[in-house]
Design a protein around this ligand. Structure first.
Ligand code: ADP
Length: 180
């Protein structure tokens, strides 16, 4: 199943699946501040990339990275070229700057993609798993942030949200219809 929208010359796609299989320039990982691996997408990304990923993170980012930011590494055994490790917020009720921090996590990846020269990027539903962000709101923030970025100056051509579940896919499809 795929939904797709054009934002100017850029494409925004939705697809169901496992982000570790994506053949794009860069995949985003829903990481945590420590950048030492974890569960969910993070676990899958580290398993598929191999041990070089953790070794690079340890060497280059010994203190991790704050919520709302992202760092880039090589993608090792993954089909992508780079992994963008983005730290979304833990949901703490909604009055702790969660929407801005979630938007900042997506935006940081897009800025890194532009710096690296990545033209295609795939995102998971950051913060919408273990971190507990309410799914409809998380989908809206994700789609609106990416659409706003693609309306600005960027060389990113394709952004794809790769969603694990049917329910999450439907929420992103609704958010995309609203943002259109
Ligand atoms: P967070 O800690 O930021 O909430 P999670 O990894 O727990 O991140 O979950 C984020 C979202 O990614 C959830 O919707 C989850 O179902 C989904 N997910 C988990 N594994 C994968 C995967 N391999 N590919 C794509 N999405 C995944």
């Amino acid at each position: 199943m795929t939904d797709s929208a054009l934002v100017g010359q850029h494409r925004l796609d939705l697809s169901r699946g496992d982000i570790t299989n994506e053949r794009v320039d860069a995949i985003a990982n829903a990481a945590n501040e420590a950048l030492r691996g974890g569960g969910g997408v993070d676990g899958a990304v580290h398993r598929a990339a191999g041990p070089g990923l953790l070794a690079e993170l340890r060497t280059r980012y010994p203190h991790g990275t704050p919520t709302g930011t992202a760092v880039a590494t090589d993608a090792y055994d993954l089909p992508a070229r780079w992994v963008l490790h983005a730290v979304g917020p833990v949901w703490r009720g909604g009055n702790n700057d969660e929407p801005n921090l979630l938007a900042a996590a997506y935006r940081s990846c897009l800025i890194l993609a532009d710096e690296l020269g990545a033209r295609s990027i795939a995102f998971p539903a950051i913060s919408m798993g273990i971190y507990g962000y309410p799914p409809p709101d998380g989908a809206r923030v994700a789609v609106q942030t990416v659409v706003a970025y693609l309306r600005g100056e960027t060389r990113v051509e394709v952004v794809r949200f790769v969603l694990f579940s049917e329910e999450t896919y439907e929420l992103f499809a609704e958010a995309l219809a609203e943002a259109g």
